[in-house]
Design a protein around this ligand. Structure first.
Ligand SMILES: Cc1cc2nc3c(=O)[nH]c(=O)nc-3n(C[C@H](O)[C@H](O)[C@H](O)COP(=O)(O)OP(=O)(O)OC[C@H]3O[C@@H](n4cnc5c(N)ncnc54)[C@H](O)[C@@H]3O)c2cc1C
Length: 290
């Protein structure tokens, strides 16, 4: 399998990249780690006339903490940057742990957070935990900059609200919050290098044994990463118990609409949602790390 011919651009700044995309038009594609784009190009599924690499854009690298905004993850942060980030270890360990469950070491060294989100496959591992933690993303073009809640970013399998012609995802912000426990649990068919058959992320705020707030977000069981709002409602204001977690698992399954495919039937995925929701809630409630 060979890559088709294309023109390659390596802008040195975000401004230059946005200008290039505007000039080149719809025939150009943004390249980050290339773990999705280059595979699609080799299979002839995407045939861009030009590729604009973001690799030299230092302003799109790094994971920092801003006391006013929260944790700021630049779009070119790789999955292994998330795994190793002291900032995330201190504030949102669950995001590091979610990244650690992805792919294999080689892909984690190249694949980026921005690419994972813009690629918008329903089974992607980072959206559920980032949505559970209320993340916002920034999209920049030559003419504008806008902030979008990640929860409303995805519109369908491989579809999202980014303007495919000239918008670049620049950063993901996880806001400061009172959350007392969060986690993401993924079920894949192998221990590493496997896409999710189903994945559930939760973020809870506990006051003693009472669940003050709960956010549950699921991957691979709906055309987009989706909140299990009925399950959240079943939990909020209640004292936690195993029976309550069971009820929440049932409610989460009612919010899912999984497909049957080579990795699992829809019935199997619904069962996974019940089990993973219970497990994720139990872990977030009892282990109490965010
Ligand atoms: C073997 C293998 C295993 C994998 N396992 C997993 C897994 O377990 N879990 C999982 O979630 N994913 C997995 N993936 C998918 C992939 O690695 C991730 O989605 C990765 O994060 C994509 O990032 P990238 O930087 O390589 O994106 P690229 O391939 O560079 O780009 C992907 C798409 O996003 C666009 N894009 C990239 N960055 C930006 C930006 N900043 N602004 C605007 N557009 C942008 C590109 O134009 C392209 O359309 C796997 C892939 C492979 C090949």
């Amino acid at each position: 399998m060979y890559l088709p011919d294309f023109d390659y651009y390596a802008p040195g700044s975000l401004e230059e990249a946005c200008g290039l995309l505007r000039t080149l038009g719809p025939g150009a594609k943004v390249l980050a780690g290339g773990t999705d784009l280059l595979v699609k190009m080799k299979h002839g599924l995407v045939v861009p006339e030009a590729v604009v690499s973001l690799k030299a854009l230092h302003e799109l690298k790094g994971i920092t903490y801003d006391p006013d905004r929260g944790v700021v993850i630049a779009a070119l942060a790789t999955h292994n940057d998330l795994v190793d980030s002291p900032v995330l270890h201190k504030r949102f360990l669950s995001v590091s742990e979610a990244a650690h469950q992805m792919a294999n070491n080689q892909i984690r060294n190249r694949g980026t957070v921005g690419g994972n989100l813009v690629n918008a496959i329903p089974s992607a591992d980072l959206p559920p935990i980032l949505i559970a933690l209320g993340a916002q993303i920034t999209l920049v073009s030559r003419a504008s900059s806008r902030t979008v809640p990640l929860e409303s970013f995805f519109t369908g399998p491989s579809c999202c609200v980014i303007d495919p012609v000239d918008e670049i995802l620049t950063e993901i912000v996880i806001p400061n919050q009172p959350t007392t426990g969060s986690t993401y649990i993924k079920f894949g068919l192998r221990r590493s290098g496997a896409l999710s058959v189903a994945g559930v992320a939760v973020a809870v705020t506990m006051a003693g044994d009472v669940i003050e707030d709960a956010r549950i977000s699921m991957g691979a069981v709906y055309p987009v990463p989706v909140r299990a709002e009925d399950a959240e409602k079943a939990l909020i204001g209640k004292t936690w118990s195993e029976a309550l977690l069971e009820e929440a698992g049932e409610a989460a399954a009612c919010c899912a609409l999984p497909i049957s495919d080579i990795r699992g039937s829809s019935e199997y995925r619904l069962d996974l949602v019940r089990v993973l929701t219970r497990r994720a809630l139990r872990r977030a409630i009892t282990e109490g790390h965010v």
